[in-house]
Write a protein that binds this ligand. Structure first.
Ligand code: MG
Length: 167
């Protein structure tokens, strides 16, 4: 069972995960347009992961007898300045998402809803990974600066990323 408050918070999070998917798809198109195809592929995988996150929370609402409320998805920004700009925004966005997940977890704890706390644990661990990988790329892009050769090397490395299987 879900309280109205938790039901609303989870429905809102479904929407935010779909927004994340849109954001990364938009970033993927930026990399396509600048021929950084490894980074484009990385962002496309990120997009697929966010769809999976949205569905995982959707399933939580359904399984806990909540009412699903699918809201319109906000349009993501479509203009970016550079790879560093994109990955800095990725890191900022993931930190924001971590805050949202933490807020829902706090709500579940206040309400002694153990099932929601347990289901959210996966997301808490996932956010650590999301922030870690975005930060790593931001730092590497800062080291690379304006140099083309290391940028293309990083692009090729990011292109070899595989879809992380669902836990
Ligand atoms: Mg997510």
């Amino acid at each position: 069972m879900l309280s109205k408050t938790l039901e609303e918070a989870l429905n809102e999070q479904v929407n935010k995960e779909y927004y994340s998917a849109f954001l990364y798809l938009s970033m993927s198109s930026y990399f396509e347009s600048t021929n950084l195809l490894g980074m484009a592929a990385w962002m496309r995988t990120q997009y697929e992961e966010e769809i999976m996150h949205a569905l995982k929370i959707f399933d939580m609402v359904v399984d806990m007898e909540g009412k699903v409320d699918l809201k319109p998805i906000e349009g993501p920004p479509m203009k970016f300045e550079s790879p560093l700009d994109v990955f800095t925004k990725t890191l900022e966005h993931e930190r924001k998402v971590t805050g949202m997940i933490n807020n829902i977890y706090s709500l579940a704890r206040e309400e002694n809803n153990y099932a929601v706390q347990s289901a959210l644990q996966w997301f808490i661990d996932e956010q650590v990974e999301e922030e870690k990988s975005a930060l790593e790329i931001v730092q590497q892009l800062k080291m690379i600066g304006d140099e083309t050769t290391p940028l293309l090397m990083l692009d090729s490395k990011l292109g070899s990323r595989e879809m992380i299987p669902e836990a």
